[in-house]
Design a protein around this ligand. Structure first.
Ligand code: SF4
Length: 211
């Protein structure tokens, strides 16, 4: 995996587990981060629900183990798929699909991609995690799932994602999203942003390739 490194240090990305209540960190976890990275480390709260911390490259393994012992998840920073940006599951774990979201996160987080990718998940059509502003958005609709693609929240031409496929069963989700990421990796022009890639290839062609 490619690491984002700055001299003798590198960034690692921390996230709390996908859970009911959303992006919650405990006081112990925050204290642990402070203890293991030291008082001089740079800590950045990103807009995509990860905390970036700068750590010495030669201590990365030990620091990662310490942080994971406190229940945090540690991911690669940089041009990868980010950990799943999920909602708060306010309708309850079962109705909002917590297990599905966790399974998705496990499958998709940390894959090297031409540009960083954000994948969102919402447990219902209210979409409070803003899935249509993510590069790929998954929305649970009763017991099925819709996938949206091409959202982009950055820039003056922010774009809403468009629906790629409706009413997928839970066990079809990972395969389609992995296929989509693989297709992007194989066909992107250099560091082409995912939203631009979707626009260039077209929704119809993507549907033909993926479904
Ligand atoms: S997307 Fe739906 S289930 Fe998830 S937190 Fe928002 S309202 Fe609740």
């Amino acid at each position: 995996m490619k690491e984002s490194s700055i001299g003798e240090t590198m960034n690692i990305a921390l996230a709390s587990p996908v859970q009911v209540g959303g992006n919650i960190f405990t006081p112990e976890q925050l204290a642990k981060i402070s203890n293991v990275v030291g008082l001089d480390a740079k800590i950045e709260i990103t807009p995509f629900r990860q905390i970036y911390v700068e750590v010495p490259i030669d201590q990365r393994g030990t620091i990662q183990q310490e942080l994971e012992r406190s229940g945090l998840e540690v991911y690669t920073a940089g041009a990868v798929t980010k950990s799943l940006i999920a909602c708060q599951f306010c309708r309850g774990a079962e109705e909002a699909g917590l297990d599905t979201a966790r399974m998705l996160n496990q499958a998709i987080a940390g894959i090297e991609t031409p540009t960083p990718m954000k994948i969102g998940y919402a447990g219902c059509a209210l979409g409070t995690s803003e899935p249509l502003l993510k590069n790929i958005g998954v929305v649970k609709m009763r017991d099925k799932f819709d996938i949206y693609v091409g959202g982009e929240s950055k820039g003056l031409k922010a774009t809403l994602a468009k629906k790629l496929v409706s009413e997928l069963a839970e066990d079809e989700l990972v395969a389609i999203i992995m296929k989509l990421i693989d297709y992007y990796k194989a066909n992107a022009k250099g560091k082409e942003k995912f939203s631009r890639f979707v626009e260039r290839i077209s929704l119809e062609k993507l549907q033909g390739v993926l479904l």
